[in-house]
Ligand binder design. Structure first.
Ligand code: PFF
Length: 449
C-alpha cells in the first residue's frame, strides 16, 4: 500500500512524467507541424486519456492484483468472461516494447549528463552540438553501455518493491525538474525566439492535420499519461480505499500536460532562434537544450542538474513500465520479485538493441516506411496502447455494472460520475475507433472525413 494519497499521486505522476513529455512530445509536435497536432493531442488527453486513467485506477483497486489477474477476476465478478485477462497480456507486451526503446533514449540522457559535467556544451554552436549528438548515435557500443546502466537502475528498484523505492525520489525530483524547466523557459523568453516558438506550438492550422498526425497525437496522449497498458492499473492495486480516484487523475493529467507544454515552449524558441529544423526527429531536445545551457549564465551548473533530473523522471517511468510484468510473474508464477525483475529486465534489455542499432548499424534498414525503432514505437504507442485503452474503457463502462463503478469511484452518481461514464462508455471508445479507421484511409475513401 502507498503510505498516503499524496504518495500515490506522486507515484502515478512519476510514471506519467518522463521522456514522453520532454523528449517525445516536442519532437512529435515538430514532425507533425505544431499547433494542430498539439490541439488534437490536448483533446485526446481530456476526452480519452483522463476517463481511461480513472477507469484503470478503479479497475486496479477493485482487483488488487497484476493487470492480467485483475481484468480476469473483476470480469468474472461482473459475470463476464475470464478472457478479459488478455487485455492485461497485451498491455504487458506493449510495456516490453516501450521499455525497450525508452531505456535507450534514457541512456542518451545519461550520456548527456556526463557530457555536461565535462563542460561539452560551453560555447556550443548548432554545428558543434549537432556533431556531438551524431557522434553519440554513431557509437553503438557507448549507447549499449548507457542503455545497460539504465536497465540495471530500473531493475534494481523493481526488484526491491516499487513502494519503497519510488516514493522517496519522486518527492524531490519532480519539483526540481519543474523549477529547472521554469528557468529554461525564462531563457527561451529572454534569449531565444519565443514569439515564433509560441506561434508554432499554439496556433493550429487545421488543414495540416493529416490522419497519420491524428493517430500519432492520440498515441502520444496514451503514452504520456502511461495509460492503455495496465501500468496505472498495477499502481491502483496498491491504492488505499477512501482516496479520490477522480481527483488524483485530474491532478496527474494537469501536471503531465503542463510539463509537456512547458517543454515545447522551451524547445521551439531555441529551434527558431538557431535556424534549426523543428521536424528533425528524436534528436530534437539533444540538439537544442545544450545550446541554451552552453550560452546562459550558470549553464555549466544547470545542465548536469537538468539531465540528471531527466534521467530521474525517465527512471520513475521505466519502473512503471516494468512493474506490471513483474507483478504478474510474482503473483501468477510464484517467482521471487528479484528473479522476476532480473529475467524480464534481461529480455527487455536484449530487445533494446533493435532500437539502439536502428540509429547506426541498421539505420538504412527500413520497412513499412520506418526504421526498427520507428516501427516498435508505432506499434506500441499508436496501436497497442489505444487498443488497450479501448478495451479498458469498454470494460469499465459496459462490463462493470453501475453499482460497482459508482461504489469504487465513490463520487455518487451526480454529474461528475455521469460525465465519466459517458466518456468511458461512448466517447473514448468511439474516438479511438474513428481515429484508427481514419488512419487507414477508409473514412476518406467513403467521403466521411
Ligand atoms: N508516460 C511515460 C512518459 O511520458 O515518459 C511513459 C510511460 C510510462 C508509458 C509508463 C507507459 C507506462 F506504462
Amino acid at each position: 500500500m502507498w503510505s498516503s494519497r499524496f504518495a500515490f499521486i506522486l507515484a502515478v505522476a512519476g510514471s506519467a512524467v518522463g521522456l514522453g513529455n520532454i523528449w517525445k512530445f516536442p519532437y512529435m509536435a515538430g514532425e507533425n507541424g505544431g499547433g494542430a497536432f498539439v490541439l488534437f493531442y490536448l483533446l485526446c488527453v481530456v476526452a480519452i486519456g483522463l476517463p481511461i486513467m480513472v477507469s484503470e485506477i478503479m479497475i486496479g483497486r477493485r482487483g488488487r492484483r497484476n493487470p492480467i489477474a485483475t481484468m480476469r477476476i473483476v470480469g468474472e465478478e461482473e459475470g463476464s468472461r475470464p478472457s478479459w485477462g488478455l487485455v492485461g497480456v497485451m498491455g504487458i507486451f506493449a510495456g516490453f516494447l516501450i521499455l525497450s526503446f525508452y531505456s535507450v533514449i534514457a541512456g542518451w540522457a545519461l550520456a548527456y549528463f556526463v557530457f555536461s559535467l565535462g563542460g561539452e556544451f560551453t560555447g556550443g554552436t548548432p554545428e558543434t552540438i549537432g556533431a556531438l549528438f551524431a557522434s553519440l548515435l554513431g557509437d553503438w557500443k557507448m549507447l549499449g553501455l548507457w542503455h545497460t546502466i539504465f536497465m540495471v537502475l530500473t531493475v534494481g528498484i523493481v526488484a526491491r518493491g516499487v513502494e519503497r523505492g519510488l516514493e522517496r525520489f519522486v518527492r524531490i525530483a519532480m519539483p526540481g525538474l519543474l523549477l529547472l524547466m521554469i528557468i529554461l523557459l525564462v531563457y527561451a523568453i529572454v534569449a531565444a525566439d519565443f514569439a515564433s516558438g509560441w506561434r508554432f506550438l499554439l496556433t493550429p492550422d487545421l488543414e495540416a492535420l493529416t490522419p497519420q498526425a491524428m493517430l500519432e497525437a492520440m498515441g502520444q496522449a496514451f503514452f504520456t499519461l502511461s495509460v492503455g497498458m495496465g501500468a496505472i492499473m498495477a499502481y491502483g492495486a496498491y491504492l488505499p480505499e477512501g482516496t479520490s480516484i477522480l481527483r488524483t487523475s485530474i491532478w496527474v493529467v494537469v501536471t503531465d500536460t503542463a510539463i509537456a507544454l512547458l517543454a515545447g515552449l522551451i524547445i521551439f524558441p531555441i529551434v527558431f532562434a538557431n535556424g534549426l529544423d523543428p521536424a528533425s526527429g528524436p534528436g530534437l531536445i539533444f540538439e537544442t537544450l545544450p545550446l541554451a545551457f552552453g550560452s546562459m549564465p550558470g549553464g555549466a551548473f544547470l545542465a548536469p542538474v537538468f539531465f540528471g533530473l531527466l534521467v530521474f523522471a525517465a527512471w520513475t517511468s521505466g519502473i512503471g513500465l516494468l512493474e506490471p510484468a513483474v507483478a504478474w510473474s510474482v503473483e501468477s508464477h510464484g517467482r521471487s520479485r528479484r528473479s522476476a525483475a532480473i529475467v524480464i529486465g534481461a529480455i527487455v534489455w536484449a530487445l533494446g538493441f533493435l532500437t539502439l542499432l536502428s540509429f547506426n548499424v541498421f539505420a538504412d534498414f527500413k520497412f513499412l516506411g520506418g526504421t526498427l525503432f520507428q516501427n516498435i514505437d508505432h506499434l506500441a504507442s499508436n496501436i497497442l496502447l489505444p487498443l488497450g485503452g479501448l478495451f479498458i474503457a469498454i470494460f469499465a463502462g459496459w462490463v462493470m455494472c453501475k453499482n460497482s463503478s459508482s461504489e469504487e469511484l465513490d463520487i455518487g452518481t451526480g454529474p461528475a460520475y455521469q460525465a465519466w461514464r459517458f466518456l468511458a462508455r461512448w466517447l473514448a471508445p468511439a474516438a479511438v475507433l474513428v481515429v484508427f479507421l481514419h488512419a487507414t484511409g477508409l473514412l476518406g475513401r467513403f467521403g466521411l472525413m
